[in-house]
Design a protein around this ligand. Structure first.
Ligand SMILES: Nc1nc2c(c(=O)[nH]1)N[C@H]1C(S)=C(S)[C@@H](COP(=O)(O)OP(=O)(O)OC[C@H]3O[C@@H](n4cnc5c(=O)[nH]c(N)nc54)[C@H](O)[C@@H]3O)O[C@H]1N2
Ligand SMILES: Nc1nc2c(c(=O)[nH]1)N[C@H]1C(S)=C(S)[C@@H](COP(=O)(O)OP(=O)(O)OC[C@H]3O[C@@H](n4cnc5c(=O)[nH]c(N)nc54)[C@H](O)[C@@H]3O)O[C@H]1N2
Ligand SMILES: [Mo]
Length: 849
């Protein structure tokens, strides 16, 4: 501990005003220097760091962070930044290594139905890591690799050295093999289907420059897309540069130079911001609307036959379906679609004609693929874009990523720093190098992990292969919050009864910790030194992440945790490659600097970078997605099986999936509002979009932030005036939201942005049940208490969170207290609650190797 404190003090003593390096290019940057370092005991010292929600400076006074302000380069910082201080100092921190009471007593023979009662015993680091080690040994010896689920890593904090998922994967991987996952919760359906259609995932691809779109595009279609809300965060430290272009777009909309149409059941934040048009569509019916647009383009001969002949395959296998000659034998006329999607037939025709009349840029968001049959609207979007014939033209075609991580801001072309390696070094093998999975699959689709526990051994189809779900016995989580991200809490509770042991490594005492058996306290990203890429796609620069304070309580960096774990196999030196944290920071920086030197992109020496806090690179040239393919489709063939756009996919057709045939089709959903299945009993569609107020579950722990958006201390549920009136509800009411899967409390906000039949609870609200039992009321408002846990289709097996119906009623009686926050109930071995004693005298294990 002391050495680390002295290091910080040493830096403070040498603090001065940073010099302006010659590497900072661009106009606004020089001003940034004004606000750098102050150094006095009272005012403290300004340090630099970053988060998914932006880069910032932090003022540290006497080992405490007292103030955070955005990096001056960031012209559009997000209010989410206001939650950053609480990330460090919240009451919900994981303070000590904790073990669930009954698991501590009986290990794998524990009463698993007690999971969720939140009673935990505090143990030392030595004991916790020994317990974890013994468990992993037992799982490998008694079962085998099929019995260990290594959870896919979610939105772990930024920082390349401490990327906690890499540490978990390297640490566990040194010990033995396990069951991995394919895909992710973000774009489960999209990333699987698009390589067949356009040859890449598209969802994670750079898009046409905003500059070009602003110059060339006549009509932008924001299809299920809310960039003003969703660009607040990025995968790497976010620059918020895209907002400058959206400001310009707003001016162009006002001047009538660009038309923006938002196709969404809800008036989005972006639509309100731009003052643009909205086309209301019934939830989950976009494919019907798209088919009718295609029908109009086809029958009115508004489509580009030449483009289709040159660049696409299988159009003639698709049009018979459009014209009612195959499958359901129904012609996909605007009148047919209007019944389903709620858009008037004439409006559909008008929209189709408008799209064909000028340069049209389709921009699809991701929520429409996070629902049952989510593959279909993505495929159908590509067909519409092909019929319009503008793919590869400046400001035309289709994008699946402009709402994400400042896609569309030109890349600098600079290389970004690498990360701490997740794989074992070449030639090394795990201690238990057993590869016998007993016929079970070693990789399963990520959203089907609960199915595996409930239906072990079941064979499911997945992307042209067959997967056999393993009955795993132990699961390890780090950098993801399973009890936020996964659907259907009560189903999860039933599934967890099958699990002998669960590990969670986190700094937040989330529901994933509450339902775990061993919990290890990671420190926050602000308690360790690191570096990160600035701008996920723009590669705008590299930022320093200075350690602001020492790890609080008994928390440790993920690096320290897993290195100490590796010591149990005498592999700690191999684990760290005999480098400590600062050596790694410097190593990754120097590696990046050398690579950029080869590209003639200069970077300052490490000391200068570390002192200044950042290095920025100039913006690169404009770029048009798919322009190379358009120029020469043979030389620049797509990555599809044919090399062309596949309107009909023989490959997909060959799989024989009824829920994802050889071309897109309209399919009814398991449950759907506005007259669809299940709407008699539960008439309201619950959409659980990404929070305007948070990054998923992150910063939900912040009381400062919750004070801004909660209602009676609960997560808000948004509802339109008509539905509220019908139920006798008003803003500020406490309501019960329920269906056959579960029930939760939420605080009502009546908003004109919501039409009849549509309600919203933002994902990431911390699950806080009244008790461990199945069906317990969630006291705070986690939408995944009620969502549906089915795969999107046999192709992608992605999550279908947005296929969900509920009812909402006034909550009568005494409201239970919110149980989500504040950490575990610390008990002694007899289960008696004890007051946590602060303890700073924890023995130190070997820190540096
Ligand atoms: N209903 C519904 N559910 C959804 C969605 C939806 O739209 N609707 N969206 C889905 C999508 S797209 C996503 S991406 C997922 C997001 O799901 P997750 O990625 O699981 O969500 P986060 O809340 O970001 O969880 C990250 C966890 O990592 C922890 N963490 C952060 N930094 C560190 C670190 O340095 N070390 C350690 N050990 N832990 C750290 C955080 O405290 C937090 O608990 O949710 C999915 N779930
Ligand atoms: N502030 C903030 N930004 C984020 C995140 C965050 O947690 N907070 N998370 C990031 C991550 S991990 C991801 S994956 C992305 C998610 O990005 P998306 O999945 O695109 O975002 P969502 O916010 O879920 O939904 C976007 C829009 O889709 C609309 N929509 C939902 N269902 C339908 C439908 O059936 N039809 C139509 N036409 N529209 C529909 C919603 O009303 C909403 O306006 O966001 C990223 N950005
Ligand atoms: Mo995501």
């Amino acid at each position: 501990m002391h050495t680390r404190r002295q290091f910080l003090k040493g830096m403070a003593a040498s603090a001065g005003v940073a010099t302006v390096p010659s590497f900072l290019l661009g106009s606004g940057i020089v001003k940034a220097q004004e606000a750098t370092t102050t150094s006095s005991p009272e005012l403290g010292r300004w340090r630099f760091s970053g988060a998914h929600w932006g880069a910032f400076r932090a003022r540290v006074v006497a080992d405490r962070v007292v103030e955070i302000k955005p990096f001056e380069f960031d012209k559009n910082p997000t209010p989410i930044l206001d939650g950053t201080l609480d990330v460090i100092y919240s009451a919900s921190r994981v303070r000590y290594p904790m073990v669930r009471l009954d698991w501590y007593r009986k290990r794998q023979h524990s009463d698993r139905s007690q999971r969720g009662d939140n009673r935990f015993i505090r143990v030392s680091w030595d004991e916790a890591l020994d317990l974890l080690y013994e468990e992993l040994e037992r799982i490998q010896k008694d079962y085998g690799p099929w019995a260990l689920h290594i959870a896919n890593v979610g939105w772990r904090s930024v920082g390349q050295v401490h990327s906690c998922g890499n540490h978990m994967l390297r640490g566990v991987g040194m010990h033995g093999n396990g069951v991995g996952t394919a895909g992710d919760y973000s774009t489960g359906a999209g990333q699987m289907i698009m390589p067949y259609i356009l040859g890449s995932t598209e969802v994670y691809s750079q898009g046409t420059s905003w500059d070009i779109i602003l110059q060339e595009t006549d009509t932008i279609i924001l299809w299920a897309n809310d960039p003003i809300k969703n660009l607040q965060v990025g995968w790497n430290t976010e620059t918020h540069e895209a907002f400058a272009y959206l400001e310009k777009l707003k001016d162009k909309v006002a001047a009538g130079e660009i038309k923006v149409i938002s196709i969404d059941p809800v008036k989005s934040k972006t639509q309100n911001y731009l003052g643009s048009d909205q086309l209301y569509v019934n939830p989950m019916t976009d494919v019907a609307l798209m088919l009718a647009i295609a029908h109009t383009l086809f029958t009115e001969e508004l489509y580009d036959r030449e483009f289709i002949d040159t660049y696409a395959m299988g159009f003639d296998d698709f049009t018979p379906y459009l014209m009612g000659k195959t499958i359901d034998m129904v012609e996909k006329t605007p009148e047919w679609a209007a019944e389903i999607c709620g858009v008037a037939a004439d409006d559909i025709r008008e929209l189709a004609r408008l799209m064909a009349a000028g340069r049209t840029q389709l921009m699809l968001g991701w929520a429409i693929q996070r629902q049952q049959h989510g593959e279909q609207p993505y495929w159908m979007g590509a067909i519409l874009a092909s019929m319009l014939g503008q793919i590869g033209l400046p400001g035309g075609g289709i994008s699946y990523s402009h709402h994400y991580s400042s896609v569309g801001v030109n890349s600098s072309g600079a290389s970004m720093p690498g990360s701490f390696p997740l794989n074992l070094d070449t030639g090394r093998t795990p201690k238990h190098n057993n590869n016998d999975y007993k016929g079970y699959s070693s990789v399963i689709p990520v959203a089907r992990v609960v199915d595996a526990l409930l239906e072990p051994g079941k064979k499911i189809n997945f992307n042209g292969t067959e997967v056999t779900l393993p009955p795993y016995k132990m699961a390890v989580f780090s950098g993801s919050n399973q009890w936020h991200r996964h659907q259907d809490r009560n189903r999860m509770k039933r599934a967890y009864l099958e699990l002998e042991t669960v590990l969670s490594v986190d700094y937040n005492w989330t529901a994933t910790c509450r339902f775990a058996d061993i919990v290890l306290p990671a420190c926050t990203p602000y308690e360790r030194n690191d570096l990160d890429a600035y701008g996920s796609y723009s590669n705008r620069g590299v930022i320093a992440m200075h350690k602001l304070v020492d790890p609080l309580y008994h928390s440790r960096s993920d690096f320290d945790i897993w290195r100490n774990f590796a010591r149990r196999m005498n592999r700690d030196i191999e684990y760290s490659r005999n480098m400590d944290e600062m050596q790694w920071v410097r190593f990754l920086y120097e590696e990046c600097r050398a690579e950029n030197a080869r590209k003639d992109i200069p970077m300052p020496p490490f000391e200068e970078f570390w002192e200044t806090g950042y290095v920025l690179f100039p913006e690169g040239p404009n770029w048009v997605r798919h322009a190379d393919f358009r120029e020469d489709p043979e030389v620049n063939a797509l990555g599809t099986p044919s090399g062309y756009i596949e309107i009909f996919s023989r490959r997909i057709a060959s799989y024989g999936y009824d829920d994802c045939p050889g071309h897109p089709i309209w399919m009814e959903k398991a449950e759907r509002s506005h007259g669809g299945p299940g709407s008699d009993k539960y008439p309201l569609w619950l959409q659980s979009v990404h929070p305007d107020t948070r990054l998923h579950s992150q910063t939900c722990e912040s009381e400062t932030r919750r004070a801004v958006y909660t209602v009676q201390g609960r997560e808000p549920i948004y509802m339109g005036p008509e539905d509220a009136m019908m139920r006798g509800l008003k803003s500020g009411d406490l309501v019960r939201v329920f269906n056959d899967r579960g029930q939760l409390l939420a605080g009502l906000v009546v908003s004109p942005n919501f039409p009849k039949g549509v309600v919203r609870i933002q994902e990431g609200a911390w699950y806080g049940p009244t008790g461990p039992e199945i069906g317990a009321l969630d006291t705070y408002g986690d939408p995944n208490t009620v969502t549906l846990d089915v795969g999107t289709s046999q192709l992608a097996q992605g999550p279908s969170a947005n296929t969900c119906l509920v009812e909402v009623e006034f909550f009568r009686g005494e409201a239970p207290a919110v149980t989500s926050f504040g950490g575990p109930i610390e008990v002694d071995i007899d289960g008696n609650p004890i007051q946590p004693v602060p303890d700073d005298e924890e023995e130190e294990e070997v820190q540096a190797s």
